[in-house]
Design a protein around this ligand. Structure first.
Ligand code: AMP
Ligand code: MG
Length: 550
């Protein structure tokens, strides 16, 4: 009889060295990229969400998704004899300090599935993806923690990774969300009021779960053999186009690999800036070697545009990972990766040059992104015009950010409204402008004449710029609405969905996951989700600030 579930492959474990110790005790693991470990079996698994399109791409039939075998697989209850699962070993810099070995303390990888259609990030050429269970129990990397994930943080990961995907941003994906039937104690506000919370497992999927920290750890230990094996594996499986015909991995290939990681990281962060995403914990163990968004913890989405905002309460004082600092942190993290691979290259200068180029790449991508957000065209044949326009468009973009910061302005609503401005608008008409953008302002009482005058002067410049392109208003709006989302995963909306789910009502989780499949298209039946953050959510925990407790 044909097996119900698609086959799992062991590409990662057959390519890299295993920890010979097979006990499941917290320890330092040296000379190995992973440890064998089985998920902890659960009491009564209940699958709450399944991502049908992704399941299909992985080879699951529709029928199999409602089977006990599927529930067992994604909750970690599949018979250990059928799956050789493992936890990965990695280190990382946390909040600027080297933290040593971290590893998958609660994530267990089941192995690789062959992709049946190109559902993943198109820049990644890998046709195999890894299925990983987050919250599946203790591993040798759990240190003193319990290996579990609570329902609220699992809902946040499931919804946010899928929202990212449908916004067109590189990300790990979510196949399913399953309640395990267990409970664990968490002090979610860090205020001493710990309480029991339901546990859940997110089955997540990526071509690679390798992090910057996967390379840093062997390097920090002077383990050159494992360092080389890890980097070579990343090149062979995720960057095969960098290999020459001889398949030899030379210094040049390592440098090209590092260049690609810098480019993908720059692209990723520009994309976060486009939609107003703040990762919240950009430690090097949360930075993907293939440039995907990975590890959804105390992240947040920008409501009012504020480059200084961070959702993470553990980072409230320093704000290291604030919205406007993500590009710089990307480079800081890449610098750590460069240090880690130095032994493979033994020359600092080419690495330094690549790191310097990151700034240029980021700036170029950022300007292109801002032009797209403003609906500005850039196809000019005349080189003189093009370079003048770069300067003036850059200034226009930066000045827009200043205006958005002057009063609390909803970023998402603002760009959708900017798309509705006619290039023939009378920008001097302050009353008209105030009315046009009125929905975007959080405190209408702060809208002074002086503010409106600044907005109007900017709009006049914008209008002049639009006249150069001379696109019809409708054409420009269509372009802008394809890049400026109508819906993002607003912090208060996910929090409302969590509070209902904690009462056993998963309907809002399902609605959000449906709605966020078409984030750029206004959907009449989801009108209520277009609104900006309500007053009650301004300072509410979960809506404006989150801890790392998960
Ligand atoms: P994160 O901040 O989620 O990126 O996690 C940092 C490190 O802590 C990683 O090594 C995680 O695997 C580990 N970790 C986080 N939460 C838990 C938990 N509940 N049990 C075991 N390890 C955990
Ligand atoms: Mg992490």
């Amino acid at each position: 009889m044909k097996p119900l579930l698609p086959p799992i492959h062991s590409i990662f474990t057959s390519s890299l060295p295993a920890d010979p110790d097979t006990s499941n005790t917290s320890r330092s693991v040296e000379g190995a990229a992973y440890s064998w470990v089985s998920p902890t079996s659960t009491k009564s698994a209940q699958v709450i969400c399944v991502n049908n399109a992704l399941a299909k791409a992985l080879g699951f039939t529709e029928l199999s998704l409602t089977s006990n075998e599927f529930a067992d697989l994604v909750s970690g209850n599949a018979p250990a004899s059928s799956i050789q699962s493992y936890a990965m070993n990695y280190g990382g810099h946390q909040f600027g300090q080297w933290a040593g070995q971290l590893g998958d303390g609660r994530a267990i990888n089941l192995g690789q599935y062959q992709l049946h259609s190109n559902q993943q990030n198109e820049t990644v050429e890998q046709s195999f993806v890894t299925l990983q269970l987050k919250g599946a129990g203790q591993t040798p990397y759990s240190r003193r923690a319990d290996g579990m994930a609570v329902l609220r943080s699992s809902i946040r990961e499931y919804l946010c990774s899928e929202a990212m995907f449908h916004l067109g941003i590189p990300t790990t994906r979510a196949l399913s969300l399953t309640l395990t039937g267990e409970e664990v104690i968490r002090d979610k506000l860090y205020d001493g009021r710990a309480a029991f919370e339901p546990c859940a497992v997110v089955a997540r999927v990526s071509p690679s779960f390798l992090r910057f920290g996967s390379v840093q750890l062997p390097s920090s230990r002077g383990d050159l053999a494992l360092l080389k094996q890890t980097v070579d594996f990343s090149i062979n499986s995720d960057y095969p186009h960098l290999l020459t015909e001889s398949k030899n991995i030379t210094k040049e290939v390592y440098l090209n690999w590092f260049t690609k990681i810098c480019e993908r990281t720059a692209h990723l962060i520009v994309e976060w800036m486009r939609v107003g995403f703040v990762h919240g914990v950009l430690n090097t163990d949360n930075m993907s070697l293939i440039g995907e968004t990975i590890d959804f913890g105390p992240y947040g989405w920008i409501d009012n545009f504020d480059l200084n905002w961070t959702p993470n309460t553990s980072d409230a004082a320093e704000k290291r990972y604030r919205f406007g600092q993500q590009a710089y942190i990307g480079q800081w993290n890449l610098f750590q990766l460069a240090n880690a691979i130095y032994p493979l290259i033994e020359e600092a200068e080419p690495l330094q040059n690549i790191l310097t180029n990151y700034n240029q790449t980021y700036q170029t991508l950022w300007l292109a992104m801002m032009r797209n957000k403003m609906g500005i065209d850039t196809n000019y044949e005349d080189a003189v015009d093009a370079s003048n326009l770069i300067e003036s468009d850059l200034q226009l973009s930066k000045d827009l950010e200043k205006i958005l910061s002057l009063v609390n302005t909803d970023m998402t609503l603002f760009y959708r409204q900017l798309a509705n401005i006619s290039k023939n608008v009378n920008a001097d008409d302050l009353i008209l402008i105030k009315k046009h953008f009125s929905d975007c302002f959080y405190q209408p009482e702060t809208i002074t004449e002086s503010y409106l005058t600044q907005l109007s002067l900017w709009l006049e410049r914008y209008k002049q710029r639009l006249l150069i392109d001379n696109l019809a208003d409708s054409q420009r709006k269509a372009k802008m609405d394809n890049i400026n989302p109508c819906y993002i995963l607003r912090n208060f909306q996910v929090q409302e969905a969590i509070e209902l789910a904690e009462q056993g009502d998963y309907s809002r989780v399902l609605i959000l996951s449906e709605l966020l499949k078409t984030p750029y298209k206004q959907q009449a039946k989801y009108k209520e989700f277009e609104s900006k953050r309500p007053d009650w959510a301004t300072n509410k925990f979960g809506c404006s600030a989150l801890s790392c407790s998960s």
